[in-house]
Design a protein around this ligand. Structure first.
Ligand code: HEC
Length: 392
């Protein structure tokens, strides 16, 4: 504790307040060499030094005391024709003034003085925006220049005030900044180097496309089966078959069989189409085109086609069928598939192009599992186990 306190004790010794005895000595020099020209009546250079005879009042009058020191140091005072100060007297006065000014400065140190409410300088503004947004926009280029006080600093609080014109410029800058921001779910507010919004042609086009897409989606929603509703593929295929063989108009069939007329038209186009070339579509449309004219057999075959269509998602044997459901409107989803490897020497997993004409199809195998009885194990762990390595 004592060690910590020591520096403060020294500090207190060095920095002393005005010492009355010191002042008495110094004052006698002023009285002898200065007062004759610097008193209340005769105020040469507008300076009255005699009024400080009892109290030098350095704290308040530091400016005059700085001048006193300077004028003596420079040799301006006393004037040449007046009684001169000896070298010791000069040193004495300068030493006293310096000690007093030092004490004053020390006693005020750490106090920045009154803090003015002020606007940011232009550089501060730009840097603040950069720190907040991660982008440099140099918006302050439009603002009025700083440092109008003529003191050479740009951050003098007294001249960094707001005017109505400056306020307008700040609001404009804020608008410009907002033009570069997007707010999206997941990302929050993001600032971009370029302007975003409804102004550019590209943005207008994108918005229009989005609008059309939403419009069509809303219009079609009532006619589309819900996610968990049956797609009634067999019924649509049968209706198409009836249209082909019985010449019944499609809309009449739709009414009779309570099908969507739009969907039925789609189905009719699908089963008769050969474009785009697709092995998956052919599993349905070629099979449909090969249906016999006999209704009973046709219906049986149609049910067979539907079973195949659904087979990929057969919950009992996922992926066991040959046909997957078209996922075009669904996005891509993972599907699990399983097969028995009992008594089989080798198993091949073959992945082919979907044959829909698109390039760059990707199949991603994320996990292979081996089930032995009720035990399930990661294939690679199972394979790495020494007892399994001998097996094919
Ligand atoms: C014979 C008269 C005379 C005597 C003695 C004299 N001065 Fe001066 N002093 C002047 C005059 C005249 C001026 C104004 C000079 C000017 O404005 O150029 C002046 C100006 C000053 C100023 C103002 C300087 C400024 O920059 O504004 C100070 C401070 C000053 N004197 C201090 C002193 C001190 C300290 C002494 C004693 C050591 C002293 N003077 C002795 C005549 C005197």
């Amino acid at each position: 504790m004592r060690c910590v306190a020591l520096p403060f004790v020294f500090l207190a010794i060095f920095v002393l307040p005005v010492d009355a005895a010191d002042w008495k000595n110094t004052e006698s020099l002023f009285a002898a060499k200065c007062y004759e020209c610097h008193n209340a009546d005769k105020m040469k250079g507008d300076v009255d030094l005699k009024k400080f005879a009892t109290d030098p009042n350095v704290a308040k009058e530091f400016e005059i005391w700085t001048k006193v020191k300077d004028s003596i140091e420079n040799g301006d005072m006393p004037p040449r024709k007046a009684k001169q100060l000896t070298t010791e007297e000069k040193a004495g006065i300068i030493g006293w003034v310096n000690a007093e000014l030092d004490y004053l400065a020390q006693s005020q140190s750490g106090d920045p003085g009154p803090v003015t409410m002020r606007r940011l300088t232009n550089v501060e503004y730009d840097h603040t925006i950069r720190d907040l947004t991660g982008q440099s926009y140099d918006l302050a280029d439009e603002f009025q220049t700083d440092g109008g006080g003529g003191e050479g600093f740009t951050n003098t609080g007294d001249v960094l005030f707001m005017s109505p014109a400056a306020m307008d410029k700040y609001l404009n800058a804020a608008r410009k900044l907002a033009d570069n921001a997007t707010i999206m779910p997941g990302t929050g507010i993001v600032f971009h180097p370029q302007r975003i919004g409804l102004r550019g042609k590209e943005q207008l086009k994108a918005q229009a496309q989005q609008g059309l897409y939403v419009w069509y989606q809303q219009k079609s929603a009532p006619h589309l089966p819900k996610d968990d509703e049956p797609m009634r593929e067999a019924e649509y295929m049968l209706a198409c078959w009836k249209h082909k063989h019985g010449q019944t108009p499609l809309d009449q069939l739709a009414k009779e069989m309570k099908l969507s007329v739009h969907f039925l038209n789609n189905w009719w186009n699908l089963v008769n189409s050969t474009e785009p070339p697709s092995r998956y579509l052919d599993l349905t449309r070629v099979a449909w085109r090969e249906l016999p004219a006999d209704e009973k057999t046709a219906l049986e075959r149609i049910k067979g086609i539907e079973v195949q269509l659904h087979s990929w998602n057969n919950p009992k044997h996922p992926g066991s069928g040959v046909q997957r459901q078209q996922q075009d409107s669904d996005g891509i989803r993972p599907y699990s598939m399983q097969t028995s490897v009992k008594d089989k020497g080798q198993i091949y997993l073959c992945i082919g192009d979907t044959g829909d004409g698109n390039k760059g199809d990707i199949a991603l195998v994320t996990y292979i599992e081996v089930s032995i009885g009720k035990k399930k194990e990661n294939y690679f762990h199972w394979r790495a186990a020494p007892k399994n390595q001998a097996k094919p």
